[in-house]
Design a protein around this ligand. Structure first.
Ligand code: SF4
Length: 125
């Protein structure tokens, strides 16, 4: 049997003031995912694309055993560009990052979307 993947989920709340997130209760999202044990750990950050966001990612990911890092927030292509240097500095394989766009969604929709992305990755293995 294949070894269970180590999965982390970060929610970037875009300072907590962005109107695109106004209908999302981020705590509810993280709680739903951790309660179902779909990820091994969760975290919330106000601005992952800032300098201290870089530091956070470097500190979190250096020497880690994370197989898949899900980041709920803005556009995945933007995420790839913005987190690239921090991932490289931490020695974290960029391909393990899975960005999920959740802007302009509601809490339940975000929960369902993240679950779907995780389950689809399981199926594709
Ligand atoms: S990483 Fe994306 S969601 Fe997070 S603060 Fe930057 S633009 Fe906003």
């Amino acid at each position: 049997m294949a070894e269970k993947k180590k999965r982390g989920l970060l929610f970037c709340v875009c300072l907590g003031t962005c109107p695109s997130f106004k209908d999302i209760n981020e705590y509810e999202v993280l709680n739903a995912l951790r309660k179902e044990k779909l990820v091994d750990w969760v975290g919330l950050h106000p601005q992952l694309c800032s300098t201290d966001g870089d530091e956070y990612l470097k500190t979190l990911l250096k020497g880690n055993d994370v197989d898949e890092l899900y980041v709920a927030g803005c556009d995945p292509v933007m995420q790839k560009k913005m987190f690239r240097d921090a991932f490289d500095a931490a020695g974290f394989d960029r391909n393990k990052h899975i960005g999920i766009e959740v802007r302009n969604m509601k809490t339940d929709e975000v929960i369902d979307l993240i679950k779907k992305v995780i389950q689809e990755r399981d199926k594709s293995v």
